[in-house]
Design a binder for this molecule. Structure first.
Ligand SMILES: Cc1ncc(COP(=O)(O)O)c(C=O)c1O
Length: 505
């Protein structure tokens, strides 16, 4: 005969260790341990990039920190907590160091982290008002605050937060598709006499091509719009491409403009593209994941001229608004169209008769159900420091990138590839005598070696089929001296690799 299953615990048999895991005094002590470590991490502004660890070694180190006790709740071990935090901090990209110049996520304003910590403790997911009252109100406030820079009708526009720009792009394309083809949601594409298509340049972020795949439109229905030498869509040549698409029986329901491409930070001419979209009855989506934040700067807003004519805008606050990832805002000019992205009934969350509370829910405009209250760090910074915190830092970073370009121009063994429009700069190490066919490999090897040396963290990207080095300025503690240090590092790495490669041949 089988043994009966063990009896459930009753309240008075719960272990002391379980109670301790929820103990507020211990929580206070834990927080102090962690905050002290983070403070010394933030205080260290030495130039460093990434300490790249062999994953097998890291797995071993992480496993050594795990309890082997599984029958009862293990006792709290403060040393273990400290070791976990140290390992976490040490093995990450050092985003608060001036050596970090490689990616688009930022060294966050520390206060943003403090509020994120509160969010994790009080745990108020934000898709429904009743679950997160302040986050939902903060979303409305931030939407109004930022819409002042977009310029849409305050009574008509809508904003939802999504976990990242990729999901925002997908959601916007879905709303656009449903606006032109309302029947597809229920019937699929079988009832359509023309083929739905989307127009974009080849320099859009890869999430857009993925969205096209997810929507079932098919990559073959992407109409590629020609660009100029600065990687910006050429509106006149776009008209020609769209006319050709129409002749192929494609219905281009959406045109995508980038406000800051991922590779070079190029801004498409939104105003001109709004004319083109209007001529074709297309939705204009602007992917401003990287560059929409420039709207808060009086000096830089002109980069998004015409944004008030777009239908939707993706805006990543975890990039140029310096808050923890993810925090993306997806704006729609017309709230009714936002409602068209998703059409579900679910009695457990969507009320048949929305009351004053339900009117603040965002779950009906959003793919996610449970979602972090990601607006809280952004709203808190905005509430406490105001717009200028962001504008001042963004302007410094763009100015710094412009200066970095000037410094590189004066270096005969470096090749610059564009005038930076924002805070992204691509260039190559190209001393005389390096054959074109070796250039690509050389950049890749330099980037790898610099990453493993651990003083700087930069990225790489292909420009016209040849690899280039890429820096993204996200840290206001970087100054021109750091840029000169990076150039010296790239040069000595490049020289070393060229000598080594010559020896290997
Ligand atoms: C222009 C652009 N769009 C979209 C994305 C995707 O955003 P996320 O990484 O928040 O999903 C990125 C990310 O780098 C981007 O640069």
């Amino acid at each position: 005969m089988k043994n009966p299953p063990p009896a459930f615990n009753s309240l008075n048999t719960l272990s002391e260790s379980l109670h301790a895991a929820f103990d507020p005094h211990l929580f206070h002590e834990n927080s102090e341990t962690v905050v002290a470590r983070l403070k010394s991490h933030l205080t260290d502004v030495s130039v460093r990039g990434l300490e790249l660890t062999d994953p097998a070694i890291l797995i071993r180190a992480a496993r050594e920190l795990m309890t082997t006790e599984h029958e009862s709740v293990a006792a709290f071990d403060e040393k273990k907590l400290a070791a976990i935090v140290d390992l976490y901090v040490r093995t990450g990209i050092q985003v608060h160091s001036p050596g970090y110049m490689g990616r688009q996520f930022s060294g966050t304003v520390p206060l943003a982290g403090v509020i994120d910590f509160v969010s994790s403790v009080v745990n108020q997911p934000s898709s429904f008002y009743e679950a997160g009252q302040l986050p939902n109100v903060a979303e409305r406030i931030m939407a109004d605050e930022l819409n002042r820079f977009i310029g849409w009708d305050p009574g008509r526009f809508a904003m939802v937060t999504t976990s990242g720009g990729s999901l925002a792009n997908l959601t916007a394309l879905l709303a656009a598709r449903n606006s032109t083809f309302p029947g597809i949601w229920s019937n699929g594409e079988s009832g359509t006499s023309v083929r739905p298509a989307i127009a974009m340049s080849e320099h859009v972020h890869y999430s857009l091509a993925r969205a096209v795949g997810v929507l079932g439109i098919g990559e073959a229905q992407i109409v590629r719009l020609p660009v100029n030498r600065r990687q910006q869509i050429d509106a006149d040549r776009a008209r020609v491409a769209l006319a050709a698409a129409e002749r192929r029986n494609l219905r281009v329901f959406c045109l995508v403009a980038s406000a800051g491409t991922t590779t070079m930070g190029a801004f498409d001419p939104i105003d001109e593209l709004a004319d083109v979209a209007a001529e074709h009855g297309s939705w204009l989506h602007v992917d401003g994941a990287h560059g929409a934040s420039l709207l808060v700067s009086d000096r830089l807003r002109r980069k998004l001229r015409g944004i008030e004519r777009a239908d939707s805008l993706t805006w990543d606050a975890h990039k140029m608004m310096f808050v923890p990832a993810p925090c993306t805002l997806l704006f729609y000019r017309n709230a009714e169209k936002a409602m068209g992205a998703f059409q579900q009934r679910a009695s457990y969350v969507f009320d048949e008769d929305p009351d004053i509370y339900g009117a603040y829910d965002s779950g009906d405009k959003n793919f996610e159900c449970t979602k972090r209250p990601m607006i809280m760090p952004l709203w808190t910074l905005w509430a406490i420091y105001g717009r200028a915190l962001f504008a001042e830092k963004i302007e410094y970073l763009c100015r710094l990138t412009h200066d970095a370009h000037g410094i590189l121009l004066a270096e005969p063994d470096f090749e610059t590839l564009h005038h930076p429009e924002a805070n992204i700069l691509c260039f190559r190490y190209r001393p005389p005598g390096v054959e074109k066919e070796h250039l690509h490999r050389l950049q890749l090897e330099i980037r790898k070696k610099i990453r493993s040396d651990g003083r700087f963290f930069i990225s790489k990207v292909d420009v016209e089929g040849v690899a280039a080095l890429r820096v993204v300025m996200m840290n206001h503690q970087i100054n021109p001296e750091h840029i000169r240090m990076l150039i010296a590092e790239i040069r000595s790495t490049g020289e070393h690799l060229l000598t080594k490669n010559a020896g290997d041949q």
